[in-house]
Design a protein around this ligand. Sequence first.
Ligand code: PA5
Length: 448
Amino acid sequence: MNSLQLDIRHITEIISKEEIRTLYPEAMKHRMALLDKTGKGSDFLGWTDLPAKINAVEIEKIEKLARHWKKNMDAVVLVGIGGSYLGARFVIEALSHTFAGEVPGGKSPRILYAGQNISEDYLHDLLEVLSGKSFGLTVISKSGTTTEPALAFRILKNELVQRFGKKSLSDRIIAITDAHRGALRKMAEKEGYHTFSIPDDVGGRYSVLTPVGLVPIAMAGFEIKSLLEGAGLMMQRCDTEQNIEDNPAALYAIARNLLYRKGKRIEILVNYEPRLHYMAEWWKQLFGESEGKEGKGLFPASVDFTTDLHSMGQYIQEGERHLFETVLSVSKPRHRVEVPVDENNLDTLNYLAGKRIHEVNEMAEMGTTLAHIDGGVPNIRIIIPEINEATLGQLIYFFEMSCALSGYLLGINPFNQPGVEAYKKNMFALLGKPGYEKEGEELRKKLE
Ligand code: PA5
């Protein structure tokens, strides 16, 4: 299997090998705390060995349902937010045809998304797209009570009832939620949906290798076993204390922490492949929600290059020097497109004739990296041999493990998200949810 590589040559101007080696024993101590479950947030460490705990019966159940839905559905709406949505979307978008909606006669149902915002226009337009289509819902919520997906689910379920009758719900809805608790579990049992459980000890943003990610990814027609195998390979690679060079997750966690300590407060995840856009969205949630606590944490940002070189490029090159970049560098594209010769050469591009577009993209990446290093923006490179299920599985485990180690190096609990509650409390109070009357009054006074 082609494996990911980590290249940290371009941070060595400000971080020495000695500094990296010095922090390695501490990272290994945190690794032991993860494995022994003695560190902060130790109730949420079920993700650490998920690839080794593959449940063949569950995988078969997922694949069987995916085959059945493929035959019967034109579209599947994935309803969820945050960790209950981003992992699946990142893998599906990375593996799908760039213009999936435009390709006639696709083999799998079209995957659409809801419950990740509260926009009325979004829901209206989604209902319009679904009209005339046979569709199903995969609703994902660990708590079973998150407002955004609960609202979207109510509306979409109502649409199913209107169009296909109440009896259709048991065939057309898959609920992925807590095994025992929450409103969604209760509804699923009462109305007879297909169900999958989210393990108690796996938090939302670490859940892509549970049914939370596996069901939608299988629905979209991709190989979930390969994804898990890839993650398993990375799990083995990260299971070493011998040599820091052999443990990519520890090396990345140490490198980004050292950069942070030297004043690099913003990490920008860079891609040169549009299909990796949602991978960055998943990565931002993973690191932002895990590390942004107690007044600490790198701010995770992302750019799509070369597109954003024409918007953010100026700032990165010459703005405030509090940045470093982590570049997702894909070695091999899936398809071949060459630059043709043009007889008149009015665009003066004939010097590129016969070259592959990917070669031009690679030179753009190299040129940009060198320019940014010269401009004081250090650079970590993650080399991805090609984009497929196995390499994405490796990336998932790599980032999850490095995020956990990085959070422990920072001294925070990378597995909770207490700060997410603040906006919810205010929203409930302003909407008049029973029990929030006093808070509502106080907030309205502030708004006057
Ligand atoms: O990572 C997390 O825990 C969060 O982003 C949750 O996934 C998100 O808030 C959705 O929660 P739930 O699955 O309970 O609806």
